[in-house]
Ligand binder design. Structure first.
Ligand code: AMP
Length: 425
């Protein structure tokens, strides 16, 4: 079977790597892919903002299964169009992807279905915003309604700053384009957990949990990024807690979407915060996370394609996923200056030596092949990922591999997994 993957980052590299291990897969095509993905898949250029171009490509390739990586094509409705063209595609329809593409939709949905989440108000004018902030104690969380590539959430220490942030979102000053809705949210405190599940529209199967490190600086300081590292262990979520989250968050979400006529098929990524009153939903994503996917798929022992096909076929309840016990960790190497501006086109060395370290896979987020070498092409460049029987072992291997790799200005955090390691010591 031929599998087509849309996307160009580390998540898609990990997906291509995992898909390729299936003995039912004969060819992996990735559009547009990147320099690292080209080592495991045939890469075909495409603009991920251009729905028609993506559809033409899929129709021409006639894959047995299409996997959509990033949120933008999902929010454009690529799944709806490909289904109408008779293709088998893993991912939510445009209506179901609104759990991610509209925060106001997600919040109202959570409230309708009594799923725990922070208190909120949706505002459509500055006047509404000014009135509503009075009902919240500081700090106040201000969120843009739509997709904002991780830049749409502002934690505001005062009401005045919250109003200014909301104004900036409405006017377009903050995100480059104006937003019609702003969500004000109660600030919650606790550990964050990424709880990803597969869903076939009726049934839910959780993947192993993960914890992301969003900030650029060590000790979780500095601006937010797409994610500087992630780890996954069995002990980060006790079985009873995992079961609770499944019963009270993931399953009611999938049931609610089905009841409302927009069944959710794909990856339901529940971004949770473990508050004193229990787990609450911070956000939903309608896709695999990046870099969570890199660490999670390192632990997958069963066939990914079987599980994704079961979602498309509505038979997820008959499919069992098997996971390696222990841990996996992914440390991201980024370009100097990221998440601000950065240079690209810098040669990357040491990848072969890094790949020789047992259990290590280097997933490329932003690399391009040119003249027989790999060059940096993005802010996040590599996700150096390793598995181990303990988190310490997985991290040691990832950092050992990282020490082999070099590109000018390369930056990475040395403290991935620090919260888990501190809890244990
Ligand atoms: P989101 O895109 O909604 O997940 O928000 C991005 C990040 O902002 C989260 O990972 C949290 O660290 C933080 N955040 C979002 N909402 C809240 C909240 N209500 N309370 C505290 N932190 C939040």
């Amino acid at each position: 079977m031929k599998v087509l993957i849309f996307g160009s980052g580390g998540r898609e590299h990990a997906l291509a790597w995992a898909v390729k291990r299936s003995n039912r897969v004969t060819e992996v095509v990735c559009a547009p892919g990147n320099g690292g993905i080209a080592q495991v898949a045939r890469c075909v250029p495409v603009d991920l903002k251009d729905l028609d171009a993506m559809v033409s490509l899929a129709v021409a390739e006639q894959p047995g299964l299409t996997i959509v990586g990033p949120e933008l094509p999902l929010s454009l409705g690529i799944v709806d169009v490909l289904q109408r063209r008779g293709l088998r595609v893993f991912g939510p329809t445009r209506a179901a992807a609104m759990l991610e593409s509209s925060k106001s939709f997600a919040k109202r949905f959570l409230q309708r279905h009594n799923i725990p989440t922070a208190k909120y108000v949706v505002c459509t004018t500055v006047a509404e915003l000014e009135e509503a902030v009075e009902k919240f104690s500081t700090p106040i969380v201000i969120k843009a309604d739509g997709l904002a590539a991780g830049k749409g959430v502002i934690i505001c220490p005062s009401r005045q700053i919250a109003i200014e942030a909301g104004q900036g979102i409405f006017s377009g000053k903050l995100l480059g384009q104006p937003e019609r809705q702003v969500v004000i949210e109660e600030f919650l405190e606790g550990d964050e957990i990424s709880f990803l599940c597969l869903s076939d529209g009726k049934h839910v199967t959780p993947l192993v949990p993960a914890q992301d490190h969003k900030r650029i600086g060590e000790g979780d300081t500095g601006p937010n990024t797409g994610g500087m590292g992630v780890y996954s262990t069995d002990s980060m979520l006790q079985p009873a807690m995992s079961e609770w989250i499944l019963r009270h968050i993931a399953e009611p979400t999938v049931r609610g979407m089905a009841d409302e006529g927009t069944p959710f098929i794909g990856v339901l990524y529940c971004g949770l915060i473990m508050t004193a009153r229990g787990p609450e939903v911070l956000e939903f994503n309608a896709r695999f996370g990046d870099p969570e996917t890199q660490a999670i798929l390192m632990r997958l022992e069963s066939d990914l394609v079987d599980a994704l096909e079961a979602c498309v076929d509505g038979t997820l309840d008959q499919t069992k996923m098997r996971w390696a016990p222990g841990a996996a960790a992914c440390v991201v190497a980024s370009s100097a200056g990221y998440p601000g501006s950065y240079k690209t086109g810098i040669p990357i060395t040491g990848l072969t030596a890094a790949a020789r370290i047992p259990t290590v896979e280097v997933f490329h987020s932003g690399s391009a092949a040119a003249g027989g070498q790999l060059l940096t092409s993005g802010g996040r460049v590599l996700g150096v990922t390793a598995a181990g029987s303990t988190l310490e072992e997985a991290l040691a291997r990832a950092y050992q591999a990282m020490a082999e790799i070099h590109f000018e200005g390369m930056y990475f955090r040395h403290d991935i997994g620090h919260r888990a390691l501190r809890r244990r010591s």
